[in-house]
Design a protein around this ligand. Structure first.
Ligand SMILES: C[C@@H]1N[C@@H](C#Cc2ccccc2)[C@H](O)[C@@H]1O
Length: 440
């Protein structure tokens, strides 16, 4: 059907900026703001829901919530320390919340008083983070919540002429803020949008289209997530013809596609994930802490996404004072150590087209390369690894990437199956670099 505000292309972008995003594969998400101070507690009660939603889960009147800004001193905030840890973790890009659903801005916006410049901290946190992460060679993306619980003109649905007029004022405000972010931080590589699920936004597909156009005029090559977009009829992420809007699919939130679902490879996509089961902002309670994922689980997810040509955006929720939770820092270091040895299987890799999902882990491959990587994340109880080679191919070599690298001689490898006695090897995430050739 004819759409004015649907998808702007049918095929993935092939420009250098998009290829760079595609090759990153692993990124850091950061959710930080006023919600990090109460950290899931209010008046002594632990609220067992996402910490960044506390204002709603604890039914805190908006003015009382806004008062938190007067306690926001972030005395332990150190952008360079955040960036150095991110670099050690192996991420190649980072996405920071500039404004989450509560409307508090981490930059001194000229369009609201509700920002970090008007706090005891009196700092432009976004500006400091953009500079620090770029000094460490990490590309920066900005998260922006269209949903805004603080702004008086926000509306969930448009039921009257007054609602329409108010929400028009709100959308003008949000466009102004987005242009402000693009003009203040022109070196950012993309925008990550959230809070676009309400009827009011879905009824304004044209505005979402205009935001994408305007930001890309300001920053050529900019990458915009599909979650911004609604079409003429209110369809989100994919337009009413089923075509992806924005530059990559960003609907995978705390979930991944089935590892055998090769249909996701048709477009660029990114999954975002929390360390605890269900909180993006720092949650200090046992409810969150007992659900933390391990490094092995997160490395599995990185390989899972890579094997389907997708990116994995792992979230960190710094504490209210601006420090990083030591448990999160340790996890970041563990992941980074694994990537330092095995990153060849992740960075710049994607689906291994001719290799089907093996069950014990994932195959990854660089497009048009003869080299395939086998990332073993689920040790077979039989302690024997069986690789079914694609028809017409034989295995020339299999090299274990970790130090000391273990080269398995071709004559030890059967033509159709590669069996490795795992013996008493420690149950770590192993990566084999496989070299193949056409079967004789
Ligand atoms: C990226 C993630 N998206 C946000 C959300 C949400 C949400 C959660 C439940 C129901 C409706 C919306 C989270 O607060 C976090 O920012």
């Amino acid at each position: 059907m004819e759409l004015n505000y649907g998808a702007s292309r049918q095929q993935p972008r092939q420009d250098a900026a998009m290829q760079r995003f595609r090759e990153h594969r692993f990124g850091q998400f950061v959710h930080w703001g006023l919600y990090a101070m109460p950290a899931g507690y209010w008046q002594g009660t632990e609220y067992r829901f996402a910490a960044e939603f506390l204002q709603k889960t604890a039914n805190i009147p908006e003015p009382e919530w806004a008062e938190l800004a007067q306690q926001f001193s972030a005395e332990a905030f150190d952008a360079d320390a955040w960036a150095a840890l991110a670099a050690r973790s192996g991420v190649k890009y980072a996405t920071f919340t500039t404004k989450h659903h509560d409307g508090f801005c981490l930059w001194p916006s000229q369009y609201t008083d509700f920002h970090s410049g008007n706090t005891p901290a009196a700092r432009d946190f976004i500006g400091e983070l953009v500079a620090a992460y770029q000094r460490h060679g990490i590309d920066v993306y900005l998260y922006y919540s269209v949903l805004d619980w603080h702004h008086p003109d926000w509306r969930y649905r448009l039921e009257s002429a007054e609602d329409q007029q108010a929400f028009k004022r709100y959308l003008d405000f949000a466009m102004n803020q987005l242009v402000e972010l693009a003009q203040r931080y022109p070196s950012v590589k993309g925008f990550w949008f959230d809070g676009t699920w309400d009827e009011s936004v879905k009824a304004n597909g044209r505005w979402t289209w205009e935001v994408e156009q305007r930001l890309k005029e300001l920053i050529p090559g900019l990458i915009v997530s599909s979650r911004l977009r609604a079409d003429d009829l209110g369809a989100r992420h994919r337009d009413s013809n089923g075509s992806l809007m924005g530059d990559y699919e960003s609907g995978y939130e705390r979930r991944l596609p089935d590892p055998w679902d090769r249909s996701v490879c048709e477009q660029d996509w990114e999954a975002c994930m929390t360390i605890p089961q269900a909180s993006w902002g720092y949650h200090a309670g046992p409810w969150a802490k007992r659900t933390r994922k391990s490094a092995a689980e997160l490395i599995d997810m990185i390989a899972h996404c890579t094997s389907l040509s997708g990116n994995f955006l792992l979230n960190f929720g710094p504490r209210g004072d601006g420090s990083i939770d030591p448990e999160d820092a340790a996890l970041a270091e563990q992941i980074g150590n694994w990537l330092a040895q095995n990153g060849a299987a992740i960075y710049g890799k994607g689906v291994a087209t001719n290799w089907s999902y093996p069950g014990w882990g994932y195959y990854t491959q660089e497009a048009d390369s003869e080299t395939v990587y086998a990332v073993v994340t689920k040790w077979p109880t039989a302690r024997r690894l069986r690789l079914q080679l694609p028809a017409g191919e034989r295995l020339l070599a299999a090299t274990l990437l970790r130090e000391p690298a273990l080269q398995l001689n071709p004559q030890e490898l059967e033509t159709s199956l590669f069996e490795l006695e795992l013996g008493n090897s420690s149950e770590e995430t192993l990566v084999f670099e496989l070299t193949t050739a056409a079967a004789e």
